[in-house]
Design a protein. Structure first.
Length: 84
């Protein structure tokens, strides 16, 4: 088997994936950066939607009927809704 990062031949345990701690860290840093770049725009949209709902409903209310037009005015994005 070869290292996932540098393609160096591995020795030792047969389920080993990385040749060194440096390669392991490099791999996880890269994966984390890719994940963050994909998830960040979505997180911003969800945060904005939650802020709009909190502004309209208030902090004490759990259920309230809200007109769709009111949400549209505040630029609520209906495609992106997450459970609370």
């Amino acid at each position: 088997m070869k290292c996932k990062v540098c393609d160096k031949e591995l020795s030792g345990r047969k389920d080993k994936i990385f040749c060194s701690l440096h390669c392991k860290n490099e791999y996880h840093i890269t994966i984390r950066a890719v994940t963050k770049s994909v998830a960040s725009p979505l997180d911003k949209i969800l945060h904005r939607n939650r802020s709009i709902l909190l502004e309209i409903m208030g902090s004490k209310s759990h259920k309230k009927k809200v007109l769709r037009s009111e949400l549209v005015k505040k630029k609520f994005q209906f495609k992106f809704i997450s459970p609370l």
